[in-house]
Design a protein around this ligand. Structure first.
Ligand code: BYC
Length: 325
């Protein structure tokens, strides 16, 4: 039922309050948790921040898979630090969502039973070490493209969480680019692996920005409320424009025959991803959806004793304090 509630953006709030709220947004003010806000604003934020938090946590799975098989001790230490950062990002975001009146347990349970989404990209496998470089380069690159503008988002706790996250994401993107560069400059087999990783991860990375603007359900309202700062297509175009020269520098070929610099537009023309594949993946039918959710469910169940123990300790402490007063 709650999922139904957070999906709906329809709002029947008092028109005067709504107008005053919109004026605050238009003036660039930050909205804080105790301020009045329309129900639709609150629900949209819970949906977006929650989905983002879940993505950070699920995103640890394809990368964590390679910690034990990193090619050198240095790469292993770097990957370990990156994966730990993602856990931290998830926690900042769950905390931001909690300020909107939903508990971390509640939204986690909605992820685990499929009522809430996480980024489509993490339903693709990481088959070899080159994929880990490509994830850092492309996936973190796409994430930064989306997240830098979100530092200016209208909801204070979300904006502040994004400032911390972006600092770390730029390191992630650089480590990925460095790892893929090493492969691209390596033996012919290594270069082939780097090219293959780019071939497989290019379109899934473009999908991270969401459906094309004409199919985006939430963009117009979210942009009006400054929950989103740009449309999905605007950010996708920026990502293509930034990434193509990086691929060229590596001597790799972006797998798009129609990719061409358009002098008039000042942007690259490119082929859109296969949107039927995208919708299939977000409906649960991607290559790894079942495994990802099974892994998250197992981790949640295995961790129950820790949560129960902490809760029991907190309750006991509160009872002792109460008795002493
Ligand atoms: N995957 O109306 P739209 C990261 C859903 S990176 C899954 O355009 P909206 C990380 C959308 O939820 C990724 N679902 O929606 C990186 C909606 O469905 P519902 C996390 C998607 O919200 C490296 C429907 O499609 N970043 O964390 O205006 C390592 C219609 O779409 C996707 C964020 O989440 C997708 N790619 O725009 C580790 C950034 N795209 O909810 C971790 C914050 C769309 O109505 N989020 N959908 O059932 C956003 O900026 C926006 O939520 C989106 C979508 C651009 C993703």
């Amino acid at each position: 039922m709650y999922a139904q509630m957070i999906k709906s953006e329809a709002t029947q709030d008092d028109p005067e309050k709504l107008a005053a709220f919109q004026a605050r947004i238009d003036a660039g003010e930050k909205i804080e948790p105790k301020d009045w806000m329309p129900e639709g604003y609150r629900k949209t934020l819970i949906r977006q921040i929650g989905q983002h938090a879940h993505s950070e946590i699920v995103g640890q799975l394809p990368e964590g898979n390679w910690i034990t098989r990193a090619p050198t001790l240095e790469r292993k230490a770097i990957l370990l630090a990156k994966v730990q950062d993602e856990a931290g990002h998830g926690l900042y975001l769950y905390c931001a969502a909690e300020t909107l009146g939903v508990s971390r347990d509640e939204i986690t349970e909605m992820l685990l039973d499929g009522r809430m989404k996480y980024s489509s990209i993490f339903n693709y496998p990481t088959l070899n070490w080159a994929d880990i470089g490509a994830v850092g380069w492309l996936v973190d690159g796409a994430a930064i493209m989306n997240q830098v503008p979100l530092q200016r988002t209208s909801f204070g706790p979300y904006s502040r969480a994004m400032i911390r996250i972006c600092k770390e994401e730029s390191f992630h993107q650089r480590q990925g680019y460095d790892a893929i560069r090493k492969m691209a400059e390596g033996t012919p087999e290594q270069k082939k692996m780097a090219q293959d990783a780019l071939n497989r991860l290019w379109y899934p990375s473009l999908m991270m920005f969401g459906p094309s603007d004409k199919d985006s359900v939430h963009s117009a309202q979210s942009m009006k409320w400054k929950i989103k700062m740009n449309t999905n297509d605007e950010l996708r175009q920026k990502f293509v424009d930034q990434t193509v020269p990086q691929a060229e520098y590596l001597g790799l070929t972006v797998p798009d025959e129609n990719l061409k610099w358009n002098e008039e537009r000042g942007h690259y023309d490119y082929t859109d991803p296969d949107w039927s594949e995208f919708f299939d993946v977000i409906q649960g039918n991607g290559p790894c959806n079942v495994d990802r959710l099974a892994d998250r469910n197992k981790a949640w169940d295995d961790g129950a004793w820790v949560r129960d123990g902490l809760l029991a300790h907190a309750k006991k402490k509160a009872a002792r304090q109460h008795a002493a007063e």
